[in-house]
Design a protein around this ligand. Structure first.
Ligand code: ATP
Ligand code: MG
Length: 394
């Protein structure tokens, strides 16, 4: 079957009242962006309150559907066949052929749903529904009409130039178009969780920047490349990501030397949050995003999160907070990050790790331990920020 266009369905953004056009424009922009890397000529337009992707040249169907399936805000993608208006008899022939191509198995119920955008069509919608239903039953006696819950809802949309026929809906990713919700800074490690966390916040319309802390020579170039690769997968949904790579080695060594080892992870995470917040503010990000999930490891108990959170002045979004690991893995598989995440390269958190980290840190004790860093930490903090290397990932 050759489809000439795709009708884009969107739900949530349609209810935004006066702001509707802002959301629709963002959606159009994101669709155009997604189709940039797909071979073929496409025109994305909004006419009569509906968004269409018109295919102006040959294209690969699977590639187009895959690209559209990553645009947040889309709830459904309907492949559409266009036919000329050459009278009702010809239209009935076209519809009967369409059904034959789309549904080799005719043992199905259907309903005809005519939409008349062009009001001077000689039949009204109801007449088209009735008459077309009859023609379909004549052609395929196995089929049955069901107006309440049909297997096939066959839409015939009579437009100014052409008539559109469609019935299939491919599920979209939902959410809101990226760019309608400000920007946030993702703390992106090489693990399974943080790419999923970034995906989930982007799904709510938020643009993403990211920060990765590495500790050369304790962490390798391959570990860093893995994070760049993960950012690229997230960018397929979130759009281009500015990935800030920060050298964290000296801060980590200093903490390791001066602070109690069972508090290392918490103190290290507090410094990660402080640096991430600094970079976030410099880049107009309104929040931080982490892949933390309650109880997953020692540093993600309520007490540990309270200690980590205490250094932040902007909101920290933890979209995975109530998720089990297998639920997170399922999403990582869906967005294709899983295989990369499980590559076994070392992470700076795993290198300087205590055998028995505190699981219920007391903020006052942690703060007292941090005073041991007083002479050096401001300088190390500033130097770490100077190492900021920005990689634009798209
Ligand atoms: P992930 O699977 O995302 O690595 P994790 O289960 O390994 O998470 P932690 O190592 O405790 O959890 O880290 C918690 C969160 O802190 C991560 O989800 C991420 O947002 C952030 N984080 C940890 N290490 C780094 C790092 N090296 N660079 C940037 N952010 C990090
Ligand atoms: Mg990790």
């Amino acid at each position: 079957m050759i489809y000439t266009s795709f009708l884009i369905k969107y739900a949530e953004i349609a209810i935004k009242g006066k702001n509707r056009y802002v959301f629709e424009d963002a959606l159009l922009k994101q669709i155009r962006f997604a189709l940039k890397n797909v071979e073929g000529d496409f025109e994305v337009n909004k006419t009569q309150g509906r968004v269409h992707v018109e295919c102006l040249s040959e294209y690969d169907y699977d590639e187009v559907v895959a690209a559209l399936s990553r645009v947040f805000g889309i709830t459904g993608i309907c492949p559409v066949v266009h036919v000329e208006d050459e009278g009702f008899d010809k239209l009935a022939e076209d519809v009967i052929k369409y059904i034959d191509d789309e549904y080799p198995d005719k043992n199905k119920t259907f309903k005809v749903n005519c939409r008349r955008a062009r009001k001077n069509y000689p039949m009204d919608s109801q007449e088209v529904n009735m008459e077309m239903g009859g023609r379909i039953l004549d052609a395929y006696p196995e089929m049955k009409v069901d107006v309440h819950d049909p297997d096939i809802l066959l839409t015939i949309e009579i437009r100014d130039e052409k008539i559109y026929i469609y019935s299939k809906v491919i599920e979209g990713p939902g959410g809101m178009p990226v760019g309608t919700g400000g920007k946030a800074m993702l703390l992106l490690s090489g693990g399974i969780d943080s790419p999923v966390a970034g995906y989930m916040i982007a799904k709510r319309g938020v643009r993403i920047d990211a920060v990765y802390f590495h500790a050369p020579p304790y962490t390798s170039e391959r570990a860093r490349q893995k994070v760049v690769d993960l950012a690229r997968y997230v960018a397929r949904y979130a759009g281009p990501i500015n990935l800030h790579v920060i050298n964290f080695t000296d801060i980590q060594l200093e903490i390791y030397e001066k602070c109690p080892h069972d508090e290392l992870t918490i103190i290290m995470r507090r410094y990660m949050m402080r640096i991430a917040e600094h970079i976030a503010k410099e880049n107009n990000c309104l929040g931080l995003i982490t892949g933390e999930s309650l109880g997953q490891v020692a540093s993600q108990t309520m007490q540990s999160l309270a200690a980590t959170n205490e250094v932040c002045t902007i909101p920290v979004y933890r979209p995975l907070i109530g998720f089990d690991k297998n639920e997170i893995i399922r999403i990582s598989e869906k967005i294709d990050t899983y295989e990369t995440s499980i590559l076994p390269y070392e992470d700076c958190c795993t290198i300087f790790v205590a055998k028995h980290p505190v699981t219920k840190p007391n903020i006052n004790i942690i703060k007292r331990s941090e005073t041991r860093l007083a002479d050096t930490i401001d300088d190390l903090f500033r130097k770490a920020i100077e190492t900021d290397e920005v990689i634009v990932v798209s």
